[in-house]
Design a protein around this ligand. Structure first.
Ligand code: BJW
Length: 225
């Protein structure tokens, strides 16, 4: 049995991390073009790093919730038949104990040099003036997150997993952002049963075989038990 899970900001909401597009979402007060595009970073790298520094610091104040933990239990049951793809840049899945995990939109706790592309662990603040430890150039250190117009990580591995999935479950994602928004249809075309787990209806709800409504901290443990 192969199960592929896609998680979005909704799974971390009950841990205290704001989603992007819900009322009071993270994008409110910020222009997406300013903080989540390469052009925005080029125009004002210090502002962009400040936005991510704040979010990186907030990670220290939150802990995984019952939904993250339930997915660890499912991974332990299924072993190689399990793959967790997260769009989240927080580290709550790994802190809960997930191993078979892809961070398709990158990770807040890593930095990337825009000059030489080296990726390094990053648990403190980043500044545009920081020098890269490898190429020594400055004005290029950015969070290792995937912005609009950039290619998400590990799409080949994800594509293969979707083709062999028996069950695909999307948890806490609005289904607005491509290419993740197309994963459920791809899995379905290749024969998977698809399940949406979300507090609310999404623009993709009608595409799923089964819908489970409610907070992830309750619905996910019930689903995997
Ligand atoms: C709960 C809950 C609870 C709440 N329990 N549920 C026109 C111009 C330019 C680009 C495009 C364009 N049209 C399309 C594009 C492509 C673009 C895109 O999709 N844009 C659309 C927005 C229009 N996509 C890209 O550019 C991507 N790259 C790409 O497509 O490359 C081309 C390519 C494709 C295929 C192969 C090769 C190349 C890159 C996208 C990068 C997204 N980056 C971000 C920011 C990351 C850094 C950061 O964190 O700041 O990733 S955007 C943001 O959205 C973040 C998220 O991962 C992503 C998805 O959001 P998510 O997780 O769905 O959150 P929300 O807030 O939207 O939804 C939360 C959900 O939870 C809601 O449904 C709630 O109901 C629910 N919920 N509480 C259960 N307790």
């Amino acid at each position: 049995m192969n199960i592929v899970i896609l998680t979005g900001a909704g799974i971390s909401a009950e841990s205290g991390i704001r989603t992007f597009r819900d009322e009071d979402g993270l994008w409110e007060g910020y222009s997406v073009d300013q903080v989540a595009t390469k052009l925005g970073f080029g125009a004002n790298p210090e502002l962009v790093n400040r936005f991510y520094n704040l979010r990186r610091r907030q990670l220290a104040e939150v802990v995984p919730n019952a939904a993250h933990t339930a997915l660890v239990e499912l991974e332990e049951k299924l072993g190689n038949g399990f793959l967790l793809i997260t769009q989240n840049v927080d580290d709550l899945h790994e802190r809960a104990g997930s191993h078979r995990l892809i961070h398709m939109h990158g990770e807040l706790l890593k930095s990337r040099c825009t000059w030489c592309e080296i990726i390094s662990p990053c648990d403190g603040d980043l500044h545009a003036t920081d020098s890269c430890r490898k190429c020594r150039r400055d004005m290029g250190m950015r969070p290792d997150v995937v912005w609009f117009g950039e290619t998400p990580y590990e799409l080949d591995r994800i594509g293969k997993a979707l083709e062999s999935a028996d069950i695909f479950i999307a948890i806490g994602t609005s289904g607005i952002v491509e290419p993740a928004s197309r994963f459920s249809i791809k899995a379905k075309v290749y024969g998977a049963k698809t399940i949406e787990v979300n507090l609310n209806e999404t623009s993709k709800t009608s595409e799923f075989d089964e819908i489970i409504r409610g907070p992830a901290s309750e619905t996910v443990p019930a689903l995997v038990s």
